[in-house]
Ligand binder design. Structure first.
Ligand code: NAD
Ligand code: G3P
Length: 323
């Protein structure tokens, strides 16, 4: 299968590197002409994945028409741009969605957005605990590959699996997507706990109670509990809530240190998806009557709606209830 990767940020570049590791030709679509030039001329992407020499089989382009001969397209743009990006992709080619988020306004998951933007294209989702730089360096990684069509999932798995990159198959596309979207918001919360010096007990509480929120929301949207407890849910939650390698965790750390959200978000080149997902998730959860107090707290901090001590007090003062 001839693979194309749409989006040359950290994750798209790392996936292109993975796919080209065996000498295969991989075409990488980048928005920025300087990224195309750097990949083709210098075998590097200093803007988004610095210090990683890229494989010779990666050919960058900024022309989406160059993706027309691909058998498989990995879509790796920020979630809020996925609709417009997928609409430009060639029709009918299987799309593997790697973005993590929920679309603002529609509350749709990426697979639902892609199905509207490219109704002829089969869809799969690739999601799990995967820091781009580690995958690009060939460090061991396991990930969920979710697809309603088991035969297509097997074909994709055969194309993307490597000795140190191990996909686990699932037919629960919605569950895989909800885990990836919600964990980014919870990682902001854990970053806040770190930045504010609240301690590791607080972080563990946020991970566990955050996971309860993810599960409530996921079940309400038709996800399966075992998917949420797998790589794309709990696995990614644990990864992203424990390291400043996570952009979402780092954003939260800044908030916890008292820096204003607007300053932290202004002029960012890289994407902290949780900042975009949080208000959409709050809206979607409220609309379906799902309680998500940690998500509500993250929104309050991102919107500068209340000072940090007040947000923490409000979380701690919630009524005692059964776990
Ligand atoms: N970085 C990771 O480790 C990682 C791992 C798994 C999943 N993801 C997900 O992959 C997606 C992409 O993240 P990333 O880390 O590769 O990005 P990044 O933060 O490294 O780079 C930002 C990307 O956004 C693109 N972009 C900016 N404006 C755009 C527009 N108008 N239209 C299309 N693209 C635009 C840029 O070209 C660039 O590719 C996100 O949803 C993220 O959650 C990232
Ligand atoms: O840097 P983050 O917070 O966007 O996390 C990257 C990946 O989603 C981790 O799986």
């Amino acid at each position: 299968m001839k693979a194309g990767v749409i989006g040359a940020g950290a994750w798209g570049t790392a996936l292109a590197q993975l796919l080209a590791a065996d000498g295969a030709h991989v075409r990488l679509w980048a928005l920025e002409p300087e990224v195309v030039e750097a990949v083709n001329r210098d075998r590097a992407n200093p803007l988004y994945l610095p210090d990683i020499p890229l494989n010779a089989g990666i050919e960058a382009t900024s022309d989406m028409a160059d993706m027309a001969d691909r058998d498989l397209l990995l879509v790796v743009c920020p979630a809020q741009h996925l609709r417009s990006v997928v609409a430009q992709a060639p029709a009918g080619v299987p799309l593997i969605l790697c973005s993590k988020g929920i679309e603002a306004g529609t509350h749709l998951l990426m697979s639902e957005v892609a199905a509207q933007a490219q109704p002829q294209s089969p869809i799969a989702v690739l999601s799990g605990p995967t820091f781009a730089s580690e995958v690009a360096k060939g460090l061991p990684t396991a990930i969920t590959l979710a697809c309603a069509d088991a035969a297509l999932a097997a074909r994709i798995a055969a194309r993307i699996a490597r000795p140190a990159f191990r996909p686990y198959l699932s037919d629960d596309v919605i569950g895989a997507e909800i885990g990836g979207a919600v964990k980014n918001v919870l990682a902001i919360a854990c970053g806040v706990a770190e930045g504010a010096g609240l301690g590791l007990n607080a972080r563990a509480a946020l991970i566990s109670r955050g996971f309860a929120e993810m599960t409530r929301f996921g079940l309400a949207r038709g996800a399966r509990a075992e998917t949420l407890a797998g790589l794309s849910g709990l696995g990614d939650l644990v990864l992203t809530c424990s390291s400043t390698n996570s952009r979402n965790f780092s954003l939260g750390k800044g908030l916890g240190e008292g820096q204003p959200a607007a300053a932290l978000l202004a002029h960012r080149r890289t994407v902290a998806e949780g900042a975009f997902t949080a208000p959409v998730l709050r809206e979607a959860a409220r609309a379906s009557g799902v309680e998500m107090p940690v998500v509500e707290a993250v929104c309050a901090l991102l919107e500068d709606a209340a000072p940090l001590p007040q947000v923490i007090d409000a979380l701690l003062a919630r009524p005692i209830r059964a776990e």
